[in-house]
Design a protein around this ligand. Sequence first.
Ligand code: SF4
Length: 284
Amino acid sequence: MPEIITAKTAGFCFGVKRAIEMAEKLLDDPKVQKPIYTYGPIIHNDQVVEELASRGAIPVGREELDSLPEGSVILVRSHGIGRDEQEYIESLGLRIEDATCPFVKKIHNIVRDAAEKGENVVIVGDPGHPEVRGIKAWSGKNTWILPDIESVSDLPELKSVKIVAQTTFNCDFFEKIVENIKSRCYDTSVMNTICSATQERQQEARSIASRVDAMIVVGGRHSSNSQKLFQICRDVCEHTFFVEKASDLGDISLPDARSIGITAGASTPGNIIREVLINVRTKF
Ligand code: SF4
């Protein structure tokens, strides 16, 4: 049987735990009007979202907000939202409960201050990710979102720029993108806002993946941080697999693996990690 190494950092991060605990507390509070609503799925995990929905925490999108009863609670998830969305929700007479992760809130404050001073801002991250859209909405009009090294060439000539990162961005890619920006811009102020939970998880995943024969990353398909873990592990371990749940292990064959590593994204619940671990133990 192969040796199995499970990452200590696998599973819920501080920000995700906090958001789920806030949802549970609101659901248990008899003074809170039910159902409550989460602005988008609270985490990138269908089981957790469905379980919370069955207890009365319903995910809604922007287009549904104006049909909600006045006074309803809207729980903002850890990704955060922009100032415009916040004001829109408040204008509808809805009550915001804010589970924005403090690491994300810190970036909102950095770019808001930069906007007030008229500074240029680069956000290194995925333009389609809700966290990045929220950050952009707190920033000024001179803001660019760069998802990769190639996109640095889209940046106009700038004398100075403040650089921040999506909290779950790949640390190595961030450094490379920053180097490229520095070669085009004299005065750069770099705020590495990749959160410590992400950095530790990525470092541990890379370390395990570099010494095992196969690596399994457990996470939601739409989870940005899980996808980044997969990239990182695959760079150092050819036999890296992405699974959402234990049954996805069915197609994987590892006859020669003497060691298997397991890690998981920040929105992967402990019970799914445990099921994968049990299945890896019995299958390989
Ligand atoms: S990944 Fe980091 S920034 Fe995102 S919710 Fe978790 S702790 Fe917060």
